[in-house]
Design a protein around this ligand. Structure first.
Ligand code: SAM
Length: 291
């Protein structure tokens, strides 16, 4: 065991906390133009992708993140046709989103072409269905620049970013959220990944504070993702139509049936509704953003 390689998630190193994985086999490791990328095999979790020392995807629990980042906004909206993903290089999120029949186009804007090339090789379970779907379009560009320049308008924008470091840092700025708002159609929804509030409270407060200045309704919803350690993960949710997050469980269930009644492992209509009920310490962080 002593000579076994361990790879650590170093995201919480400033807080004096690391999580390490025993490596069965390194599948691929490289320094891309934008970040350090390592994919390795783990006994319990399957394939683990890390970028700059932060866990992005594991085979075993990707379903939680991908289902909750897609089905919640798409079914809260109810009539979405055009979806924009910023980041999302592994294509797991696009794969989940494309299960919705209502979507006419899913555009993914990823800064790092090598993450896409790499995923085509090592995450075929995501990339194969996605690239075979004529509704999918992949753009290699900085998400910040894209939302500043495109003429297109979207029903939903999902920011599937890395953490606020390296190339992903810009995707947590007020300027970026303002540009996203510019690209949303009336009644559109912006969803962001905001880390684990127990360990990263500032990330949630800052994002919700920015979103509240730009949208009539801004909050977050939560999901428990085992490898994003520290309890609930927060997903920012911003729109001008407050009723979108208040749809009843019956309405959400009916939309899901119309969407194709695909199989899910985490999302249910009841979980969708409950995800907006925030534990008090998270609600307090959201409220802090009002001040
Ligand atoms: N599910 C993951 C998580 O929360 O840890 C995120 C997955 S995805 C791999 C994140 C992607 O965002 C990466 O492929 C990264 O290259 C991309 N990214 C980072 N900064 C970006 C930017 N400014 N514009 C577009 N994509 C960006």
């Amino acid at each position: 065991m002593a000579d076994k390689r361990w790879i650590s998630e170093i995201l919480f190193e400033p807080e004096g906390f690391r999580m390490s994985y025993a490596v069965e086999r390194v599948i691929h490791e490289t320094q891309t133009e934008h970040q350090h990328l390592v994919l390795f095999q783990h006994r319990l979790l399957g394939k683990i992708l890390m970028l700059d020392g932060a866990t992005q995807v594991t085979t075993k629990d990707e379903f939680v993140y991908h289902e909750m980042m897609t089905h919640v906004p798409i079914l809260a909206h109810g009539k979405a046709r055009d979806l924009l993903i910023i980041g999302g290089g592994d294509c797991g999120l696009a794969e989940e989103a494309l299960k919705h029949r209502s979507l006419v186009r899913v555009t993914q804007v990823e800064i790092d072409a090598s993450v896409i090339a790499f995923s085509k090789r090592y995450f075929r379970e995501f990339t194969r269905p996605v690239f075979a779907d004529k509704r999918f379009e992949c753009v290699i560009e900085d998400g910040m620049r894209y939302v500043g320049e495109t003429d297109r308008r979207f029903d939903i924008i999902i920011v599937d970013s890395t953490d606020p470091q390296g190339p992903g840092a810009v995707l947590f700025t007020k300027e970026f959220y303002a540009r996203c708002r510019r690209c949303l159609k009336k009644g559109g929804i912006l969803v962001t990944q905001n880390g684990v509030p127990f360990l990263q409270p500032g990330e949630l407060v800052t994002t919700v504070r920015h979103l509240r200045r730009l949208f009539k309704d801004a909050t977050c919803y939560v999901a428990a993702i085992p490898t994003y350690v520290g309890g609930h993960m927060a997903m920012g949710f911003a729109t001008d139509d407050r009723s979108l997050r208040q749809a009843s469980e019956a309405v959400i269930a009916a939309r899901y049936r119309r969407a194709g009644h695909f199989s899910t492992k985490y999302w249910t209509a009841a979980v969708h509704k409950a995800a907006f009920a925030l534990p008090r310490f998270i609600q307090e962080l959201v409220d802090k953003a009002k001040r």
